[in-house]
Structure formats: structure tokens, C-alpha cells
Design a protein around this ligand. Structure first.
Ligand SMILES: Nc1ncnc2c1ncn2[C@@H]1O[C@H](COP(=O)(O)OP(=O)(O)OP(=O)(O)O)[C@@H](O)[C@H]1O
Length: 247
């Protein structure tokens, strides 16, 4: 029997076909850890997050979160917050409202919620941006706004799909630090899709490497970094100058 205190999310014999691609996942994510999900473009990283968040339904199999079968639950009913590549901000609503919807879908916000929204904007470097529309922001600012919304939702599971992709190096580093702080404060279970080995070095406890819709390597960070016997892992690790980075 699985230890539910150590396994936050379990994909139990999950199968899904999208177009020409078959996905097969049968493994778990550790609770309260940061797991990096990596692999070549098209290997299934976003699809895996979509299955966990409920935006994709398995053809067969089950998904459990904290021991509860969530396979038939809608995304809003699952204990997850998301920051996706497209930021999923509503274009016609200002940032305060966009973030407020993350706190309460009916926007019934208590004074403490309003404070938390402004504090989250400050935390991601967008102080005073409450009334700005997403269309008036740069890609990096939109990404940070989406991060602020995830901060105020404070769900036990945080799904991040390339959250630093549109950020310049300085901002990227600030947001990585923010994520480290957030994880230390909340001990959330974080799944982080990334193309950048530096994120593994700096952030990850554990690494899941995908290839062609299935898990090729599922290992602790230290074990993953030794798996250069696997060509795809070796290729991935050699794409960036990680040798000088400290973990
Ligand atoms: N709705 C869909 N219909 C058909 N094919 C799909 C659909 N969604 C995803 N796919 C295909 O499934 C594969 C995996 O896509 P996915 O977005 O999960 O990959 P990824 O690893 O996140 O890629 P990237 O690193 O480029 O973001 C791709 O080949 C994609 O074209």
C-alpha cells in the first residue's frame, strides 16, 4: 500500500491518446517537494500537468491527489494552482480582478484578501499594477501576474509550466528566489516544467524525465545528474553550462 503522506499525486495506469501521440503514466510525485519535469519538446510535459490539473481526462486509469480519487473532478475542484505558459489571465479584466478571481470565483473579497492581492503584486515586482489590463503588460509582467495569482490561492499543489520562460536573467533569478522562499514557507508540492537544467540545479529535489509520452527517468536530483548513461539525459544536461552552478 502506498504511503499517502509521502505521495502527493499518483497517476495510476493513466493512458491518454491525443492525435498521434499515446501517453502512459504510472508513477507518483513526492509530497512537499519540488519535482522538475523535463524532456524534449513534445514529450508530454504540459500534457502531464494538464492531467494532474484536470484540463485533460485520462482515457483509462485514475489520478489521486492526497489519497483522494480526483479523476472525475473539474480543474476548479482540485487542490491545485497553476501558472501556465499562456498565463491564463482574462484579457478584459485588470490584474486586481484577475488575481481576485484566484482567491474567490465570485470576487467576494474580504479586506484581508484585498491586502493579500496587493502584497502578492508587490512580491512579484508589480506594485501598483492593480488596474492594468493584461494586454498593456510585457510577456514577463504577465507571467509574474500569473505567479501572483498562484501565490494568493495558496493551494497545497502548485503546477508551473515554464514560469520563467519570458523573463530576462535578472528577473528570472528574482523569481527563482521567490519560488525557493515560497516553498520554504508553504512546503507546497511543486511540479515545475522546464527546459533549463539550471532550474534543476537551483530548485529541484526530484526529476522526472519524459520521452515520447512516458517516463524515461524518475530519480532524485543527485541520481538524475549521474544518469549520463542515458543519451537523452546526457543531451539535456549538456545544453547549458551547469558545471559552475552550485546546487
Ligand atoms: N489536443 C491535442 N491534439 C493532438 N495532439 C496533441 C494535443 N495536445 C498535445 N498534443 C501532442 O502531444 C505531444 C505532447 O505535447 P505536450 O504539449 O505535452 O509536450 P511538451 O513536452 O510540453 O512540449 P514543449 O516542451 O514543446 O512545450 C505533442 O506532440 C503535441 O503535438
Amino acid at each position: 500500500m502506498r504511503d499517502e503522506t509521502s505521495t502527493a499525486i499518483h497517476l495510476d495506469a493513466v493512458r491518454l491518446t491525443l492525435g498521434q501521440r499515446d501517453f502512459h503514466f504510472d508513477f507518483g510525485f513526492n509530497a512537499r517537494k519540488i519535482t522538475a519535469i523535463v524532456g524534449p519538446s513534445g514529450s508530454g510535459k504540459s500534457t502531464l500537468l494538464n492531467l494532474v490539473s484536470g484540463f485533460e481526462q485520462p482515457d483509462t486509469g485514475r489520478i489521486e491527489i492526497a489519497g483522494q480519487d480526483v479523476t472525475d473532478l473539474a480543474p476548479a475542484e482540485r487542490p491545485v494552482s497553476l501558472v501556465f505558459q499562456d498565463n491564463n489571465l482574462f484579457a478584459h479584466l485588470d490584474l486586481f480582478t484577475n488575481i481576485g478571481l484566484g482567491v474567490h470565483p465570485g470576487l467576494r473579497l474580504a479586506p484581508a484578501d484585498r491586502k493579500a492581492i496587493s502584497a502578492a503584486l508587490v512580491r512579484v515586482g508589480l506594485a501598483g499594477y492593480e488596474r492594468r489590463l493584461p494586454g498593456s503588460l510585457s510577456g514577463g509582467e504577465r507571467q509574474r501576474a500569473a505567479f501572483a495569482r498562484a501565490l494568493v490561492r495558496s493551494r497545497p499543489i502548485l503546477l508551473l509550466d515554464e514560469p520563467f520562460a519570458a523573463l530576462d536573467p535578472g528577473l528570472r533569478s528574482a523569481m527563482v528566489d521567490l519560488l525557493v522562499e515560497l516553498h520554504a514557507e508553504t512546503a507546497a508540492t511543486i511540479l515545475l516544467v522546464t527546459h533549463d537544467p539550471r532550474d534543476i540545479m537551483r530548485l529541484a529535489d526530484h526529476v522526472v524525465f519524459l520521452e515520447n509520452g512516458h517516463v524515461l527517468v524518475n530519480a532524485s536530483k543527485s541520481d538524475f545528474l549521474t544518469r549520463t548513461d542515458v543519451t537523452a539525459v546526457r543531451d539535456f544536461l549538456s545544453v547549458a553550462p551547469i558545471a559552475s552552478e552550485s546546487p
